[in-house]
Design a protein around this ligand. Structure first.
Ligand SMILES: [Zn+2]
Length: 466
């Protein structure tokens, strides 16, 4: 499994917390207290604490309890007053292509294969460069911080540039260097892509915020030997593998014609599946293949908005959940969504599956919130570190306001988070104990500069695809 290298340090922190909490006397000084809000923990007991608080020191959560209990034990060097707000774990976007925000709205209302082959791949060939990737990642990071995403899983080119900008912005990323069969802006051959991926893993392997990954694009854009080599590379370094799986009917047809197998079965025949693999979409996957993915320890990323916009189909999410496949939510790239708002992803996931199954009890608010937090963490193999607010986990926390007209009155906080809250309602974003946004002001990026730079790139993109 990936992330093993970090676990001993994590275990030590838990021990340290235990010692601290058993002490009596004067309150202990900690770096940050978030106090006074309704704390939705998404812990094992799904605790919701009215007038609760979270104590954070350095990168770690030390306590999650009532404001009174936390106030007795801790004093914050910095304090966030969360009165009339909801405090919850930062949202985890399990599938995106961050720099593609620069293609937002470039080509809408098309099916995946036409969209990719006629617009996206040609636009990428002409415009993707390290500078493009840096500018796109800055814009995506700004949007994610503003809308409460604290961890994202990414698949793109020049992934080292994505990593650098992610670190500067202060976000957590599982970042996969893309490998694809045809020449792409950062690699002329798949062998070159694999070499880039290996260099990328070595460079970021021990980073506190970045988990490097290998991202073979899909079974329909790679040959068997390259798929095997990509998987072997992630096994060798103990890092995750990110891949698109069974996204459209076209992919199913291509796999049938070439191999007389479904994409899931074809990848199984290569020995591809195993723990540490995250499959994005998994729309056209049968009941027996869901059981296979469960057996192999594969995680799934559900991207309802992208699947709906490209009319790819409805993923069998209730089947994944029933089978116990770790399932998270994603936005996919902003070119097929067209934003990165994970609150919207929660709401749409819930509504889509109610409609699909004709059962309003399916994928309720609590399940949608779980998928966007601890479910995503599980799908990425990171649930011991992030995904819920509990002592010993890393401090990835967001605070959302609840006072808009559309949020009034509030009977049930979890319902509110899924059915009425928007990314714009997020007021504070904390990642790894660091406040990235306070009172809607992003502290790690110059928002004005990021937006004007992105508009400058749009001119170049428009010229390139004419
Ligand atoms: Zn994708």
């Amino acid at each position: 499994m990936p992330f093993m290298g970090r676990l001993p340090a994590f275990a030590a922190l838990v021990c340290a917390c235990g010692v601290v909490l058993s002490g009596q006397g004067a309150p202990r000084q900690v770096s940050l207290l978030i106090t006074g809000g309704t704390v939705v923990t998404v812990d094992a007991n799904r605790r919701v604490i009215p007038n609760g608080a979270v104590a954070i020191d350095g990168t770690d959560i030390l306590a999650v309890d009532t404001a009174e209990a936390v106030g007795r034990q801790f004093r914050g060097t910095e304090t966030i007053d969360a009165t009339d707000q909801i405090v919850l774990p930062g949202l985890i976007n399990t599938h995106t292509h961050a720099p593609m925000v620069l293609y937002r709205g470039l080509a809408d209302d098309l099916a995946l294969m036409e969209w990719l082959n006629r617009y996206i791949f040609p636009a990428e060939a002409k415009t993707v460069s390290p500078e493009f990737v840096r500018a796109g990642t800055r814009l995506a990071a700004l949007e994610m911080i503003q809308s409460g995403t604290t961890t994202f899983a990414d698949m793109y080119y020049f992934e080292e540039e994505v990593a650098r900008e992610t670190k500067t912005a202060g976000l957590r990323g599982v970042l996969g260097q893309t490998i694809i069969q045809f020449p792409v802006p950062d690699a002329k051959t798949p062998a070159e892509g694999l070499a880039r991926a290996e260099a990328f893993i070595r460079r970021f392997k021990d980073d506190a915020l970045i988990t490097p990954a290998v991202a073979p694009h899909a079974m329909y854009t790679l040959d068997g030997p390259t798929l095997k080599a990509a998987r072997e590379l992630s096994r060798q370094y103990g890092v995750p593998t990110l891949i698109h799986l069974a996204e459209t009917r076209d992919e199913i047809q291509a796999a049938q014609e070439r191999f007389a197998l479904s994409p899931t079965a074809y990848l199984e025949s290569l020995g591809f599946w195993g723990p540490g693999v995250l499959a994005a979409h998994g729309v056209w996957v049968s009941e027996s293949e869901i059981a296979l993915l469960k057996q192999r320890g594969v995680g799934v990323s559900h991207n309802p908005e992208s699947n709906m916009k490209l009319a790819s189909g409805v993923a069998p999410v209730t089947g994944y959940l029933r089978a116990g496949v770790p399932t998270g939510l994603g936005t996919d790239g902003a070119a097929s969504n067209n934003d990165m708002d994970m609150f919207e992803a929660m709401r749409v996931a819930s509504l889509l599956h109610k409609l699909q199954t004709a059962d309003p009890r399916v994928l309720g608010a609590a399940t949608a919130l779980e998928m966007a937090t601890v479910g995503g963490a599980r799908a990425l193999g990171m649930d011991r570190l992030i995904g819920s607010l509990e002592r010993g986990k890393l401090a990835d926390v967001i605070v959302v306001s609840t006072t808009a007209a559309r949020q009034t009155p509030m009977y049930e906080p979890v319902s509110h988070l899924v059915y009425t809250t928007r990314g714009d309602d997020v007021r504070h974003t904390v990642v790894n104990g660091r406040v990235l946004m306070r009172d809607r002001k992003v502290l790690t990026l110059d928002a004005t500069a990021v937006l004007s730079e992105a508009s400058g790139w749009a001119e170049k993109v428009r010229a390139a695809v004419k």
